[in-house]
Design a protein around this ligand. Structure first.
Ligand code: OSB
Ligand code: MG
Length: 370
C-alpha cells in the first residue's frame, strides 16, 4: 500500500456528561483522527491520547509531535505492505504506543477496504455482537451514584464499572452493591493507591466484584503481586500492560488474574491480538477497555472484542453514552441483551461525517512525501 498522504486532525468533542476518574475530571475529549490515503482508498484511525497526561504519559501534543516528526516520515511515499510491516518501520521509535496505534488502525482499515474484508474477519473475530458494559465516573455522592447506575441499568446495560479513588471507594461501592445485589460489578482505581493505602480496599473483597482494575502504579507489577495475595477478587491490570511481554511477566508473577486490553495502550491492534492469544493459551480472561473513543475507535474496539478470548463485557458503550454528535455517520446502539453489533462493512466498517470532523477540529495538517 503506497502511502500518498497522512492527515492529522486534532479533535475536541464535548461529552454528554463529564467523566471523572482518580486523575481528574473532563468535560470534553481530545483525540487525533489519522487519515491515510493510498491507491485511491482512505483509511481512518484514532489516536486515543488525551489532552492531559493523567491516564498515560502521552497527550495529544506528544502524539502530534511523534506522528508528524517520526512516524509520518517512516511511511510517507513508501510501500507499506501491512500492519506488520508498519510495526517494523516504527520499531526504532521508543514508547508512544497511542501515536503508533492510531496509524496502525488506519492501515488495518485500508487493508480491509482493499481486501473487501471487515476488521473482525481480518483479526479472526468470531462473534457478531459483543457483550458490553458501562464505565461510570466518580459522582457527587453515593446516592447520586446509585441513581446513575440505576439509569444505565434501565437502558439495558448488564455490567457496571465504577471509578474509585482514596476516600471514594468502599462507601460508594457498598452503596451500589446494597442497591443492586446481583449486579455484575467491577471497579477501576486508575493507579490511585499504594500497597499501604490499598489496605483500605480490603472490604471490597466481600462485595462479590468481578475484578479490581489497576489499584497501584502502572510501573508496579511486583506490588500488584503482593496485593493479589491479599484478595480473593481477581486484580485486573490496565495501565501496567504495555505489551505481550509485560502480560506474560504479570501473569508469571501473579500480579493479576484478568487483563484489560486496549489497542492504543499497547501500540496497536496487532499487539492487542498477541496479548489476547497469549492469555487464551493460558486460560486467562481478557476484556476490551475503552478510552471514550469516537465512532472510529469504537468500531475498532468492537472488532477486537469479537475475538474468542474476550470473556468479560467490554467498556464499549453505545455512542449516546459519550457524544451527542459523533464523527462517524454510523452510531452504535445497545441491544436489549447488553450487546453491541460488530460492524460488517470492509475495514472498520464506518464512514466519516466530514462536517462533524471540521466542526470539532482544533488543528489539521496534511503530510505528503518530500
Ligand atoms: O481506565 O479504563 C480506563 C476512560 C479514559 C481513560 C481510561 C479509562 C477510561 C474508562 C472509560 O474507564 C471507558 C469507556 O467507556 O470508554
Ligand atoms: Mg482502566
Amino acid at each position: 500500500m503506497k502511502i500518498t498522504s497522512l492527515t492529522l486532525t486534532h479533535l475536541r468533542m464535548p461529552l454528554v456528561s463529564h467523566f471523572e476518574t482518580s486523575f481528574g475530571r473532563i468535560y470534553d475529549r481530545d483525540s487525533i483522527l489519522v487519515t491515510i490515503r493510498s491507491e485511491g482508498l482512505t483509511g481512518y484511525g484514532e489516536c486515543v491520547a488525551d489532552r492531559d497526561p493523567g491516564y498515560a504519559y502521552e497527550t495529544s501534543g506528544t502524539a502530534w509531535h511523534i506522528l508528524k516528526d517520526f512516524i509520518a516520515p517512516a511511511i510517507l511515499g513508501q510501500d507499506v505492505a501491512d500492519p506488520a510491516d508498519f510495526r517494523r518501520r516504527v520499531h526504532h521509535i521508543k514508547g508512544h504506543p497511542m501515536a503508533k496505534a492510531g496509524v496502525e488502525m488506519a492501515l488495518w482499515d485500508l487493508l480491509g477496504k482493499r481486501q473487501g474484508k471487515s476488521l473482525r474477519e481480518l483479526l479472526g473475530g468470531q462473534r457478531h455482537k459483543v457483550d458490553v458494559g458501562v464505565s461510570i465516573g466518580l459522582q457527587e455522592s453515593p446516592e447520586t451514584l446509585v441513581g446513575t447506575v440505576g439509569e444505565y441499568l434501565a437502558q439495558g446495560y448488564g455490567r457496571i464499572k465504577l471509578k474509585i479513588k482514596p476516600g471514594r471507594d468502599v462507601g460508594d461501592v457498598s452503596a451500589v452493591r446494597r442497591a443492586f445485589p446481583d449486579l455484575k460489578l467491577q471497579v477501576d482505581a486508575n493507579s490511585a493507591y499504594t500497597l499501604a493505602t490499598a489496605a483500605a480496599l480490603q472490604p471490597l473483597d466481600d462485595l462479590n466484584l468481578l475484578l479490581i482494575e489497576q489499584p497501584l502504579a502502572e510501573d508496579d507489577l511486583w506490588d500488584h503481586h503482593t496485593l493479589q495475595k491479599q484478595f480473593r477478587t481477581p486484580l485486573c491490570l490496565d495501565e501496567s500492560i504495555i505489551s505481550a511481554r509485560h502480560t506474560r511477566q504479570a501473569l508469571e508473577m501473579d500480579a493479576c488474574r484478568i487483563i484489560n486490553i486496549k489497542a492504543g495502550r499497547v501500540g496497536g491492534l496487532s499487539e492487542a491480538v498477541a496479548i489476547h492469544d497469549l492469555c487464551r493459551e493460558r486460560g486467562v480472561p481478557v476484556w476490551c477497555g475503552g478510552m471514550l473513543e469516537t465512532g472510529v475507535g469504537r468500531a475498532s474496539n468492537l472488532a477486537l472484542a469479537s475475538l474468542p478470548g474476550f470473556a468479560l463485557p467490554g467498556d464499549i458503550s453505545a455512542s449516546d453514552r459519550y457524544y451527542e454528535q459523533d464523527i462517524t455517520n454510523e452510531r452504535f446502539t445497545l441491544n436489549p441483551d447488553s450487546t453491541i453489533d460488530v460492524p460488517t462493512a470492509p475495514g472498520l466498517g464506518v464512514t466519516i461525517d466530514a462536517a462533524a470532523v471540521e466542526h470539532f477540529a482544533l488543528a489539521e495538517i496534511v503530510l505528503k512525501p518530500e
